[in-house]
Design a binder for this molecule. Structure first.
Ligand code: O7E
Length: 222
């Protein structure tokens, strides 16, 4: 995945603490939001809404048109290995730098790392089975070849436990703003990035919202 001129996720961490999530219906909105925020956003998370709204060729064009940014595909993969691998290779072909999979499937079903893998260990809503056996979910995740993990930004205690168990992972945390989490608190407890969707893309001033989030992340307070 060599052509793009953007930074890797660890380099981005030194400059920005927000990963912009876009889950819109309307294809044009993906372009509009990225135009509005410009170079201040360094990492973007897209998911199934982007693939459904833009189509895979549309997603590829969007990524090509913003080659200063790091793109993560929120596939939440949880299939058998050979399917996960096919999906990961296709997503890498669209230009994605990272992909998200569920941790519960364990290392034998994880795809070989054709790009950065982020493993989901606990969710913003729930409780889910992850919360009933968080320690085991963490053990499964430790055995997966990965760049980082996903833990809920609206559950600071889980972020703290995850940071203790995963001292050198890149921790990315959704659930900031619209789902009640605070980015300052998430960073204070050990998150590297807050993943933020509606609080930015539905804001009347996305740039101002982004700046406020970056300020809160830098202050790192609850
Ligand atoms: O509430 P918003 O609008 O800021 O959007 C939250 C985003 O985070 C959205 O894209 C959703 O798919 C994602 N998310 C959760 O909301 N909860 C989770 O537990 C996990 C994720 C997620 O991003 O998972 C993979 C990173």
């Amino acid at each position: 995945f060599g052509e793009a001129s953007h930074m890797n996720i660890e380099e981005i961490r030194g400059r920005s603490r927000v990963i912009l999530a876009i889950d819109e219906e309307e294809p044009r909105k993906y372009w509009n939001v990225l135009d509005a925020v410009g170079s201040s956003v360094k990492a973007v998370k897209l998911g199934w809404m982007a693939i459904l709204s833009l189509g895979s060729d549309g997603v590829k064009s969007l990524i090509n048109g913003h080659d200063d940014k790091y793109f993560i595909m929120d596939a939440k993969m949880a299939d058998v290995n050979f399917i996960n691998e096919k999906i990961a290779r296709r997503m890498a072909g669209l230009g994605f730098d990272g992909i998200i999979m569920h941790g519960f499937i364990g290392p034998s079903n994880a795809p070989p790392s054709v790009m950065d893998v982020f493993v989901l260990i606990s969710m913003t809503q729930g409780p889910t089975l992850y919360d009933a056996s968080l320690e085991r979910a963490m053990d499964y995740t430790k055995a997966i070849d990965r760049r980082g993990i996903v833990v809920p930004g609206n559950k600071p205690d889980i972020i703290r436990k995850a940071r203790e168990q995963f001292p050198s992972d890149v921790i990315i945390s959704p659930g900031i703003g619209a789902q009640g989490g605070s980015i300052g608190c998430a960073v204070k407890h050990g998150a590297d990035f807050g993943i933020v969707g509606r609080s930015i893309y539905e804001s009347s001033d996305p740039v101002e919202s982004l700046k406020r989030l970056e300020r809160e992340a830098a202050e790192s307070q609850c």
